[in-house]
Ligand binder design. Structure first.
Ligand SMILES: Cc1cc2nc3c(=O)[nH]c(=O)nc-3n(C[C@H](O)[C@H](O)[C@H](O)COP(=O)(O)OP(=O)(O)OC[C@H]3O[C@@H](n4cnc5c(N)ncnc54)[C@H](O)[C@@H]3O)c2cc1C
Length: 304
């Protein structure tokens, strides 16, 4: 059980949370991050297998992208090159989090408001933490579920930010096979991504969005079979092939505002579901939304 009643609690340890945490800690505010997974990254995710590594969510970030949003975000960035495939995606998020306090395998299931602030509970009713300020960064439908009881109007707005699912297949085959594929693979249902630096034979293929939507509940083995069949790869050419379903991959109809923030009850929401002034890609929306929410939280807040 963790009690941190004066801290800022952040739900999620993806890009939005990492940027928020970096900016708030630069303003000398302690943060405590709760993440349901075993590590950071969220949709900037990297899978490590015995055969290699795959960025199977979005590709990584560059220092220039971070600097374009806020100089503090790029201040400790470990790489100076501009190649988003140079670092595992989850390491990008880990670098932004730095030495922030993060509790992993901590799924927040319920929010309640007490005399001293917000209580965060797990599904078995145990208290995960308490905080004076609560910031949510889960994908919009998941933040909406958490808010349904305490702020139904925000929950309803978040449900308007429609999210598309995705299927990705991670394939490792011998390099000559992959090079042949690189030259001749048909474009169509499965789109090939650049592999991560240092793992030239570990490819990620992402399904066409409409097809992914239509086949969302299918068995992963059938998804792999479709991908390999489409690419003309036989099982004898493959060292490994794994499928991953993203139920919420990209937000396709972000909200017009940049974030939600209520200074009275000190609760906020940020993420790629918020467009603000920036309607570009999800990664940039997430960063801008985090920067806007951080400045709202810091405004009028004095650190002791
Ligand atoms: C396959 C794929 C390809 C993509 N390609 C691109 C691209 O080319 N360009 C681009 O800009 N964007 C792309 N995106 C979108 C991009 O990854 C996201 O916009 C961005 O990573 C969002 O970051 P976030 O921190 O807001 O959300 P997330 O990364 O989803 O982080 C939220 C975190 O909250 C955690 N969480 C959720 N609920 C709870 C809970 N109840 N308790 C505790 N923790 C919780 C989750 O585990 C997760 O770690 C892609 C996404 C996918 C999946």
């Amino acid at each position: 059980m963790i009690h941190e009643s004066k801290t800022i609690a952040i739900v999620g340890a993806g890009l939005t949370a990492a940027a928020l945490s970096r900016l708030l800690r630069a303003g000398r505010h302690p943060v405590l991050v709760f993440e349901k997974a075993r590590g950071p990254g969220g949709r900037l995710s990297t899978r490590k297998t015995a055969h290699g590594r795959y960025n199977h969510g979005a590709a990584g970030l560059t220092g220039a992208e971070l600097a374009s949003v806020h100089p503090v975000l790029s201040a400790h960035w470990p790489r100076s090159d501009g190649n988003p495939f140079a670092m595992p995606s989850n390491e990008c998020v880990r670098a932004l989090l730095g030495d922030a306090s993060v509790v992993y395998t901590a799924q927040v299931a319920r929010l309640t408001r007490g005399h001293s602030g917000w209580n965060l509970s797990a599904s078995d009713g145990s208290v995960l933490g308490q905080a004076s300020t609560l910031l949510l960064t889960a994908p919009a439908p998941q933040s909406a579920d958490l808010l349904q009881e305490v702020l139904p109007s925000w929950a309803n707005q978040l449900r308007q930010a429609h999210m598309e699912p995705s299927w990705v297949v991670m394939v490792k085959a011998s390099l000559p096979t992959m090079q042949d594929l690189t030259d001749s693979a048909p474009t169509g249902r499965w789109h090939r991504r650049k592999p991560l630096l240092g793992h030239p034979d570990c490819y990620v293929f992402e399904a066409d969005r409409t097809w992914a939507h239509q086949h969302l509940e299918e068995d992963p083995r059938d998804i792999i079979a479709d991908c390999l069949g489409h690419l003309g790869l036989g099982s004898e050419q493959i060292e490994e092939a794994t499928a991953h379903r993203w139920r919420y991959a990209r937000c396709v109809s972000p909200l017009a505002s940049s974030h939600f923030w209520d200074p009275e009850t000190r609760i906020g929401v940020a993420g790629d579901a918020f467009a603000g002034e920036v309607s570009q890609q999800g990664i940039l929306r997430a960063l801008h939304s985090a920067a806007e929410l951080a400045s709202a939280v810091l405004e009028g807040t004095h650190c002791s």
